[in-house]
Design a protein around this ligand. Sequence first.
Ligand SMILES: NC(=O)c1ccc[n+]([C@@H]2O[C@H](COP(=O)([O-])OP(=O)(O)OC[C@H]3O[C@@H](n4cnc5c(N)ncnc54)[C@H](O)[C@@H]3O)[C@@H](O)[C@H]2O)c1
Ligand SMILES: O=C(O)C(=O)C[C@]1(C(=O)O)C=C[C@@H](O)C=C1
Length: 312
Amino acid sequence: MSTAPIFRRVALIGFGLIGGSIARAARAQALASEIVTTARSEKTRARVTELNIVDRVLATNAEAVQDADLVILCIPVGACGPVTQEIAPHLKAGAIVSDVGSVKGAIVREMAPHLPANVHFVPAHPVAGTEHSGPDSGFAELFIDRWCILTPPDGTDPMAIEALGAFWAGMGAKVETMTPDHHDLVLAITSHLPHLIAYTIVGTADELAQVTSSEVIKFSAGGFRDFTRIAASDPTMWRDVFLNNKEAVLEMLGTFNEDLSKLTRAIRRGDGEALFEHFARTRAIRRGIVEIGQDSAAPDFGRPHPPLKKAE
Ligand SMILES: NC(=O)c1ccc[n+]([C@@H]2O[C@H](COP(=O)([O-])OP(=O)(O)OC[C@H]3O[C@@H](n4cnc5c(N)ncnc54)[C@H](O)[C@@H]3O)[C@@H](O)[C@H]2O)c1
Ligand SMILES: O=C(O)C(=O)C[C@]1(C(=O)O)C=C[C@@H](O)C=C1
């Protein structure tokens, strides 16, 4: 029995890690009859054509969204507002417009005002990624067993939410719905703050006077090495995340600084009991994450993935 594609034409604006992974997964699962994408430079368009994953590679966003049933913005958070304004007049009536931005409140504020009333707006965030970017970095298995959070505004047509959810589920994701503000608070602690800490610690190590850079590289086998992977993530993407989730990140950073002060005090006072208690608690949290299969530690992408279900 063959499964009908969920969408006839899908337009992916931007073909980097996430756009490229959606294209690969959607094609592997036959979730769309046609996939079109945009790439701004001639060089990237040539590369995407060469990869032979999508049906058409276009230079303009306006051209790409024409007659598309699903449009997904796969670009940095800060570019989503201006690009929505650019594509709005060219959207087909009844189309679903979505994104993959790591922040949701700002996306809703920046995109929604430009959208015509005759399209369905369903923002989304696949909580899956790597430190790599660009057209060659994507892979079809990226979303398997990862969450994709949808944050539809109140009153969104349930059929549009269901169709987009089915699209993500077809790529292997587990789908959950929440409000944009709640999303931003949760992700501030689970994703944004860890990145800020990684960017900080790698920068701090680089600026140390007593330890040379070559020693840092030479002896970074364990914990520090994991931080360097995270700190290699795309600067544009992460600049936009921190500029657009300011309040939640600052709130979490405040709590983090208080906890860091407590540990600093325990070290200064030689309070082994306080240190042991804290480390025992965090070890239990880590073991809980591993037990429920949410371990996304660095070597993750090398491990064998369950095969994507074959489109019949
Ligand atoms: N990298 C991750 O781990 C990850 C995970 C989940 C969600 N996201 C979100 O996905 C989005 C894309 O991230 P990515 O990792 O795929 O980035 P990427 O750098 O790999 O790709 C971004 C693409 O957007 C294009 N682009 C940039 N500005 C543009 C503009 N103004 N108009 C048209 N195209 C433009 C770039 O040319 C590039 O092709 C971001 O919003 C990010 O927050 C990233
Ligand atoms: O594993 C990584 O490299 C990631 O940083 C992925 C990660 C995350 O923090 O978990 C990064 C940003 C996204 O919005 C979603 C996923």
